[in-house]
Design a protein around this ligand. Sequence first.
Ligand code: G3H
Ligand code: ZN
Length: 287
Amino acid sequence: PLVSMTDMLKKAKAEGYAVGQFNLNNLEFTQAILQAAKEENSPVILGVSEGAARYMGGFKTIVTLVEALIEEYGVEAPVAIHLDHGSSLESCAKAIRAGFTSVMIDGSHHPLEENIAITKRVVEMAHAVGVSVEAELGRIGGQEDDLIVDDAEAAYAIPEECKELVEATNVDCFAPALGSVHGPYKGEPNLGFDHMKTINGLVGGIPLVLHGGTGIPTKDIKKAIEFGHAKINVNTESQISSAKAVREVLAAKPNEYDPRKYLGPARDAIKETVIGKMREFGSSNKA
Ligand code: G3H
Ligand code: ZN
């Protein structure tokens, strides 16, 4: 069933695992991720960026599709539909009106006071209807859709500011930028574990969120979970595995034209990727 992230993340943090946020890009992503949740008996968060929502036909289309697939597949694990990197109060309101159960307000490009002010307004609106809220501080590098942060702009979250934002806003989970990157890493990721530890100690036990989950080695994933992360976002890795499957089919059969023949294997590849992450994050059989 569709639920907010609040309970699934509280449970994950208490029990020492993380729930994956897997981003939707099209029908096959939606199918693959829900099939994985069913097979693994794992809670799951469906991440929807504003760009992906535009591509897929809007928030309402996505909610309707997800509800129908949950019923069709008989998914009993908790599923959240979450607006990823919401850019404004209006965008969060639109997603909530369409039936999203969770939103992220990404005020990380604003000065702290403004980030707090806009996050607070989103929390008031969302909590009134049982929707959970994620906030961000610092700047996560790399590119995701319309969101581009170059190396010079990327910045670690400041621990004291994290404490201030979390206390002032009453958000349900919190994403401090700590060196993770959207998209593939250039070389090994360099996560700020000292900062992470400090921030985790300052935010009163609320679940932390790790963006840019693609390409982070398992040992770092384990450490991030140990230091308070209960939600890990993955998009690029599923996109890479799906694109690889399409390329393989079309290379082997250059005359193929039936989309089911190349998007079916892409869907299977996404499902395999997602199942691998659920096992790595420890959320399998935690529904
Ligand atoms: O918000 C979504 C993510 O943080 C995904 O990052 O595409 O690098 O896996 P990724
Ligand atoms: Zn992100």
